[in-house]
Design a protein around this ligand. Structure first.
Ligand code: ADP
Ligand code: UDP
Length: 234
């Protein structure tokens, strides 16, 4: 496979065209941003970890019958993926109160929710990815009812698989964000699953092992990413 033009440079990844029209190459960077790009920095080694971790969990999802964009890991930082039309919804699943949920609802971080929740944000950087619901998504034609149903089912199933997976590494999966895409008439999981997009806490001490260390200037950011990498045996 041949890597061709850079199509898009995002905050965390570069996306390249290839000689195959349905295939892209994503290249994971060490760049980190938070608060919609207001805070910028570097997390050394993050690109390698996020690439490996995403591919590992996507392969696991495929085994469980959840279709993903994963094709092949090409190098430490590069992966061939199916080119999708991204559904402009950030799908957030929460098992434990944290972040914007805690702030908005006045609930202490760390409270285990009675059941997992799902919410949508409209994927739009200019607007800061505002919170929306299913009815907004339908009214704005961001996705069809059938697509939203599929996305919802897949997201909760992904949560079940991930909760178990992280538990084995003594990690509590607090919450995470995923994105889906349209591919040949179907909905498949796209983008990434990494410590950039998940809240991961040590199951015993509740130490943060994710991007919140960067967002909140807690230090030990690289060590936290490496710790997740090591515990998952990647
Ligand atoms: P951002 O755009 O938020 O800065 P990234 O730096 O991660 O994020 O850029 C990667 C971009 O590629 C994202 O906009 C994401 O939605 C998109 N993307 C992820 N997977 C695919 C795919 N399989 N096909 C097309 N686009 C994808
Ligand atoms: N998240 C993400 N990208 C975003 C917004 C959120 O990956 O643009 C992830 C974030 O890492 C966390 C979950 O989604 O795991 C829920 O984030 P929250 O809504 O609490 O927002 P935050 O507190 O990060 O602003």
């Amino acid at each position: 496979m041949e890597k061709l033009d850079l199509l898009y440079e995002g905050k965390a990844k570069k996306v390249y065209a290839t000689n195959e029209p349905d295939v892209l190459i994503v290249d994971y960077k060490d760049d980190a941003t938070a608060f919609n790009g207001l805070k910028k920095g570097t997390i050394v080694g993050k690109g390698v970890i996020n690439n490996r971790m995403t591919n590992h969990v996507f392969k696991m999802f495929e085994k469980e019958g959840i279709p993903t964009h994963y094709i092949e890991e090409l190098s430490d930082r590069e992966t061939a993926v199916k080119k999708v039309e991204i559904v402009p919804l950030e799908v957030i699943i929460r098992n434990v109160a944290a972040g914007s949920f805690s702030k908005k609802l006045g609930i202490e971080e760390g409270r285990v929710l009675a059941c997992p929740t799902l919410e949508f944000s409209y994927k739009n950087d200019d607007l800061g990815d505002p919170f929306i619901n299913k009815y907004y998504a339908l009214a704005l034609e961001l996705a069809t009812e059938e697509e939203i149903e599929k996305i919802t089912k897949m997201a909760f199933r992904i949560n079940e698989i991930m909760v178990d997976f992280f538990k084995k590494a003594d990690i509590q999966l607090v919450d995470f964000k995923i994105e889906f895409g349209r591919y040949k008439g179907d909905i498949i999981l796209a983008d990434e699953v990494s410590p950039d997009t998940c809240r991961l806490w040590d199951i015993n001490t509740h130490a943060k092992l994710d991007k919140d260390r960067f967002r909140r200037d807690m230090g030990g950011v690289e060590d936290a990413y490496q710790e997740v990498f090591r515990r998952l045996g990647l």
